[in-house]
Design a protein around this ligand. Structure first.
Ligand SMILES: O=C(O)CCC(=O)C(=O)O
Length: 245
């Protein structure tokens, strides 16, 4: 994987605003700013399927550091379009849905990094994707819940979409597009399924008029100071990577 030239995906984590409050010991190097080069085949696979799962993006040492950071800071810090998804033992399944329904964003140039802070074997409920579903409206106007589970689940089956799942070893990271339909089983294990997600969007993304209450809430929470028609360049939306810069 290392021999291929850029482009690369950013693996930045918590926003700079949260960094000074971190009490955890420093990670061994600066791995979050170390790009992960992708092969042309990996890029093509992501574009075709709407998701990709990469091996060994983050080392166990780095994950240990940030797991501690998140535990210490999660109560007081809200990170712009970062999200901690900690599912307790016995926590229920994640219904079929797509994320972009929630976002008042003008294009589909969005991607979510799903970063387990612990290994996620089958019994902890790893993320599953309907391959290729980002190109189809299998329920784009339905928020996550019983209805989306039923409606999207039936559409995935009827459309013959392959459901790709499988365990995540420590260090594995997946990336899915905002329109990719995905789900996860319940956590039947006796330990927490601790996952951090980072949502990235195009640097030039324009905010749109919110179409539903979820989008209104998202615009308030994640895009303070940004108005419909404007580039999402608010104080909480730093540019974390630029080609050549
Ligand atoms: O972690 C889960 O169970 C769901 C995650 C999810 O829906 C997402 O990251 O978009």
């Amino acid at each position: 994987m290392k021999e291929a030239p850029p482009p690369a995906v950013p693996t930045s984590g918590p926003s700079p605003a949260a960094a000074p409050a971190c009490k955890a010991a420093a990670p061994p190097a600066d791995p979050l700013h170390d790009p992960t080069p992708l092969t042309a085949q990996q890029i093509e696979s992501y574009q075709r399927n709407g998701f990709i799962k990469l091996k060994g993006v983050l080392s166990p040492e780095t994950l240990k550091h940030y797991a501690q950071f998140i535990k210490e800071e999660v109560e007081g810090v809200r990170l712009y379009h970062d999200q901690a998804l900690f599912k307790s033992p016995g926590g229920g399944h994640t219904p079929w849905h797509c994320d972009q329904y929630y976002w008042p964003l003008g294009s589909s140039k969005t991607v979510t990094a799903w970063v387990p802070l612990v290994a996620v074997p089958e019994d902890r409920g790893p993320l599953q994707f309907a391959a290729g579903s980002q190109k189809h409206d299998l329920g784009r106007s339905v928020g996550i819940g019983r209805e989306s589970d039923k409606h999207v689940g039936a559409a995935v089956e009827a459309g013959g979409f392959e459901v790709v799942g499988g365990p995540f070893e420590l260090g594995d990271v997946s990336f899915h597009s905002g329109w990719t339909f995905h789900r996860a089983d319940e956590n039947t294990s006796s330990s927490w399924r601790n996952v951090m997600t980072m949502i990235y969007m195009d640097r030039d993304m324009v905010m749109t008029e919110p179409k539903n209450d979820n989008q209104r809430r998202d615009s308030r929470d994640w895009l303070p100071g940004v108005r419909p028609g404007e580039v999402c360049a608010g104080p909480n939306n730093p540019v974390i990577w630029q080609r050549g810069g």
